[in-house]
Design a protein around this ligand. Structure first.
Ligand code: CUK
Ligand code: CUA
Length: 630
């Protein structure tokens, strides 16, 4: 029996066999070739996983050397994991190693429990959209280490980039990226987060204003560089082919993007035809020099530099090196020591190691590829432990393969020798992430495999299955990788960043100085008719009342309500929930929010607090009285 699903990037790699593993018909390869090495190591891996789960003895380690991963009641996890929510549009915060979901941060989605998309400010940020497709949450760094300030995440659906303020764990800015459709890859320019990069996946006419509709040859995609403070798009580079994922070198010099469809096809058959696609290496300082010198075209108010293969800027010292790699490279990540950018084939069983320093010296950029180990079927993404090992997901084999980076440089191309071991995961992993793998100094203990299918791993809940994020211990090179736990995930995490708890210092209550709106203290509440059809209300909320028992307005009035939660005690939240007006604004201690609405329905509306804030929570309600027009 076979059935069909599709991967997020639209490639049809998705027929399943009886084991529910996804097959790859276009390759025409005999899967048994790849099973030999994998099967034995994989079986051992899952065995080790079982013992790891079962034998948790008293000395804080399991019998197989896995440290305690059951965080006892009342204790904290060691790591924060920030997982993208995919087309749920949010970012989830998990604790590691417990894998407990601690918080969700709404980003591109309207979400009522946190009032995102309900108050004026977040509504304006969302700009009418109700969803987004988050893939790559990346944390800001200083000197190649997490600095606890911000997280950035892309919206593949609507071409946007968002910033999450890690003081409040809340989205504080969203930029709509012009001249780009399908903002997929996302990452910060290191070492100090000087730029945020958004990678455009879908080729579209440039500008996409109705011209060139049926002329796919002229479609193009762009790399966008965004200022992390102002969130303005600073410049873009136009290139050939679809781009996919991206990662930057640790020294700020290069940005690497994978890509598929180098021939510019518009259907699956055309898109998967070429045997080679390109990894693009963008020379960031060289591009910035061109921008400085005015060597660009302004399109939709953004400086767009021509980085296509035929561009004069790619004669001689190119600004974009097109590195031919086997078929449809998908994931790319730079090693912690900044030696290599490792790009995985997706439709090819090998992975390419690009020697970063060689790019300046070679005439043919393809000569910078210094290793090409054969890892298994459907290699997608690679993470690092800081001890010279790489871990790559094998989408089709449903495995994670651990391999030796330097051994891959020394080995012959297509050699399996660099492989250290493989472990079965359940099932079809997309990304994987190791603790602090995106920094120069990964922690090397835990790894999460973000598996697309969970099949039968959890209680059945109908035809929509959760995904399965699996925790794997990688801290013991002797014992090898050990599967520790399954954790169901709501659709659908793509990538994650894992940060040690010592690097984050979130606020417990709001600092009113950080907010745009003025704090409304008890005694300062007011109701004012500022125009014939406009009423401004300023009030506080506290246990167990709002600033007014009644607020009376006229049908047709525009009502602006500004509310402060004047509590100073942490964890005491209130909200302003207005029945039948589709409004619920959350208010954490010392937070002030404003909501504007049309009072278009006459009647009595008990506005109330939706957080269970005290024993008298139910009594925390007041009347909005809307008098009918006469
Ligand atoms: S992508 Cu989804 S599994 Cu958006 Cu990084 Cu590869
Ligand atoms: Cu305030 Cu319930």
């Amino acid at each position: 029996m076979t059935d069909h699903t599709t991967h997020d990037d639209g490639t049809d790699v998705s027929e399943t066999d009886d084991d529910n593993r996804l097959l790859l018909p276009q390759l025409g390869l005999d899967r048994r070739d790849f099973m030999k090495a994998g099967a034995a190591a994989g079986a051992m891996g899952s065995l080790a996983g079982c013992t790891g789960v079962l034998n948790n003895d008293d000395d804080g380690e399991t019998a197989t050397g896995v440290p305690d991963h059951d965080v006892p009641p009342g204790e904290h996890d060691e790591y924060y994991a920030f997982l993208s929510g995919g087309h749920a549009g949010d970012v989830r915060v998990h604790g590691l190693p417990s894998m407990r979901e601690i918080m969700r941060i709404p980003v591109f989605n309207v979400e009522s429990a946190r009032g995102h998309g309900h108050d004026d400010e977040s509504r304006e940020m969302l700009d009418g959209y109700r969803w987004g497709d988050t893939h790559h949450p990346r944390l800001s760094q200083t000197d190649n280490d997490y600095d606890g300030r911000f997280a950035y995440v892309n919206d593949k659906a609507n071409g946007r980039m968002a910033r999450i303020d890690l003081k409040y764990f809340e989205t504080d800015a969203i930029v709509d990226i012009p001249n780009q459709q399908g903002t997929h890859g996302a990452c910060a320019q290191l070492p100090d987060t000087d730029l945020i990069f958004g990678v455009g996946e879908f080729r579209v006419p440039m500008p996409n204003d109705g011209r060139d509709l049926t002329d796919p040859e002229s479609y193009t995609s762009t790399l966008a560089a965004i200022d992390p403070e102002t969130m303005n798009v600073e410049w873009q580079v136009q290139i050939d082919g679809n781009m996919d994922n991206g990662d930057g070198s640790k020294d700020g010099r290069w940005f690497f993007a994978t890509g598929y469809n180098s021939e510019g096809g518009i259907n699956e058959q055309e898109m998967t035809r070429p045997d080679r696609d390109w990894v693009k290496a963008f020379d960031i300082p060289a591009i910035e020099e061109l921008v400085e010198a005015g060597e660009y075209e302004t399109i939709n108010d953004v400086a767009v530099v021509d980085g296509t293969r035929d561009s004069p800027h790619n004669d001689g010292d190119p600004i974009v090196h097109y590195i031919a790699t086997p078929k449809s490279p998908h994931g790319v990540s730079v090693t912690p020591d900044n030696e290599y950018a490792i790009a995985s084939g997706k439709l090819d069983p090998t992975t390419a190691l690009i020697e970063i320093d060689a790019l300046d010296d070679v005439d043919d950029p393809t000569d910078a590829i210094v290793g090409r180990p054969r890892l298994g079927m459907g290699p997608l993404h690679t993470a690092y432990d800081g001890r010279g090992h790489a871990y790559t997901t094998l989408f089709i084999d449903s495995q994670v393969v651990k391999w030796d980076i330097e051994a891959a440089v020394e080995a012959e191309p297509e050699s399996e020798e660099p492989i250290i071991e493989k472990i079965d995961v359940h099932y079809n992993p997309g990304h994987l992430i190791a603790a602090e793998s995106y920094t120069a100094d990964p922690q090397g203990d835990w790894l999460i495999s973000l598996n697309k299918l969970s099949k039968d791993r959890f209680l059945p809940v109908g035809p929509v299955h959760p995904e399965n994020d699996q925790l794997i211990y990688i801290g013991d090179d002797e014992e090898g990788m050990q599967l520790v736990k399954d954790s169901p995930a709501y659709a659908e995490p793509h990538d994650a960043s894992i940060c040690h708890r010592s690097k984050l210092d979130p606020a417990d209550v709001y600092d009113p100085d950080d907010l745009e709106l003025d704090h409304v203290s008890a005694g300062d509440e007011s109701i004012e008719r500022v125009a014939d059809d406009r009423v401004e209300v300023e009030m506080y909320s506290m246990r167990n009342e709002f600033g007014f028992e009644d607020i009376t307005v006229q049908e047709g009035d525009t009502v602006e309500m500004t509310v402060t939660n004047i509590e100073t005690t942490s964890d005491i939240l209130h909200s302003l929930a207005i029945p039948e007006y589709d409004i619920n604004v959350k208010l954490a201690p010392q937070e002030t929010r404003k909501v504007t609405f049309e009072a278009d329905k006459p009647g009595v509306y008990w506005f109330y607090c939706a957080f269970f804030c005290s024993a008298l929570h139910l009594e925390m309600r007041s009347r909005l009285i809307v008098e009918p027009e006469d």
